[in-house]
Design a protein around this ligand. Sequence first.
Ligand SMILES: Nc1ncnc2c1ncn2[C@@H]1O[C@H](COP(=O)(O)OP(=O)(O)O)[C@@H](O)[C@H]1O
Ligand SMILES: [Mg+2]
Length: 468
Amino acid sequence: MKTASKNGPPLTRSLSAQVLMLTVAFVMLAEILIYVPSVARFRLNNLEQRIEEAHLAAMSLLSIPNFVASPEFERELLAAVSAHGVVLKQPQTRILIQADGMPPSVAASYDLRQRNMLMLIADAFETLFATDGRVIRVIDDATMRADTEVEIIMDEAPLRAAMLTYSWNILTLSFAIALITAGLLFLVLQGRLVRPIRRITESMTAFRQAPEEPSSSIDPSTKRSDEIGVAQRELAEMQEQLRQSLKQKTRLAELGAAVSKVNHDLRNILATAQLVSDRLTLSDDPDVRRVTPRLIDAIDRAINLCRRTLRYGSADEPPPDLASFPLGDLVDEVGASVGLPTGGEIVWRNRITNGMEITADRDQMFRVLLNLGRNAVQAISESGEIRVQAARTDTGVSIDIQDTGPGLPPVAREHLFEAFTGSARSGGTGLGLVIARDVMRAHGGDIKLVQSDASGTVFRLFLPDPQA
Ligand SMILES: Nc1ncnc2c1ncn2[C@@H]1O[C@H](COP(=O)(O)OP(=O)(O)O)[C@@H](O)[C@H]1O
Ligand SMILES: [Mg+2]
């Protein structure tokens, strides 16, 4: 037999491992969402700083007459701001500091005054993916003076290197954060969720294997008020209740077996008593002859009770032997057997339409109708009427047994269709309705109580059309 392994699923597929991996993935995702704009901002800050430095460098030229400095000085200035060239434009002045030789060809131009966040992000990735060491032009207004425009021509490589370092730092930091978060979550989940759930599953498995063992129950002493606590308590309660009802059922079954043994012997004893009491009818004593019929009657009833109980206990009702027959005739036969009082106080009305046929086990249907008819006769105290009618429906036939009795007593209604408890009659077994239902269900149909009040009772039988 294949059962869930005692320790649950393998670690890689365990709840905590899943949570661990998902947490790492989510934290990394969150970090990426943070990283993308921040690397763009990092680049912008870097460039703005460069512009600022270039501005300061160019300003130093303003103090020189005609703004003409020696080439060495210009070279030093350019080296200080690590640029190939700087242009400073003011309304009246324009200063150009340029390295010797050919001006390098500029691969891209970025005017920082016209960039929105999305463009900055795109620029940042352009820089990150530009592996060929481009020369770029950057233009911005000087922060100190709004009327001054600064432009620098510079190598992109150092900027890219700084951005890569920055990215790497963010990546390692994010990974560390993800691992720490996931690790903490893992520990908490392991303790708060996974282990309790595993205990619940283990207890379920143990209970399934040995429901009667008290040790298979989960310990209900948990103080937790969350869902896990509720689950543990509910499970403990369910196990306890199931164990109780299992015990009760076992005991009932043992009792049932004992009863049927007693019943069996009792029936034989009663049969002997019946034989003897039959002889009493021949007695010379008129008193004895007078009470004998009552004695015989009582013994008859006792034997009947034994027989019915035994039959129910053995549950050996054969499957219905289906045949088509006229329902009206059957109802007439039942009417002749239900034991109507001879004075005609109770009228049996057969309202089955002429020629209506049903397909069922005739003997079993006889027993069902007899049980219902007898119940009705027993219920009607003085005079009344029992009416049987039937109607064809889309799916079969429904048969109503209606009486003008007082309705079901509360005990009978509460334990409707329950063997031995459903009877509200002294000497009753509460088996009549149960057997009726068993028979109807064996036919694929059912029985229902559709009305029960002071004006009377209606039981409705349903019999499906046999499948062609
Ligand atoms: N037509 C009815 N009118 C009133 N009470 C009924 C009727 N049918 C059944 N009952 C009640 O239901 C109980 C159960 O019926 P049944 O299962 O046949 O068992 P039993 O007849 O052995 O008591 C009866 O004891 C009776 O109180
Ligand atoms: Mg009955």
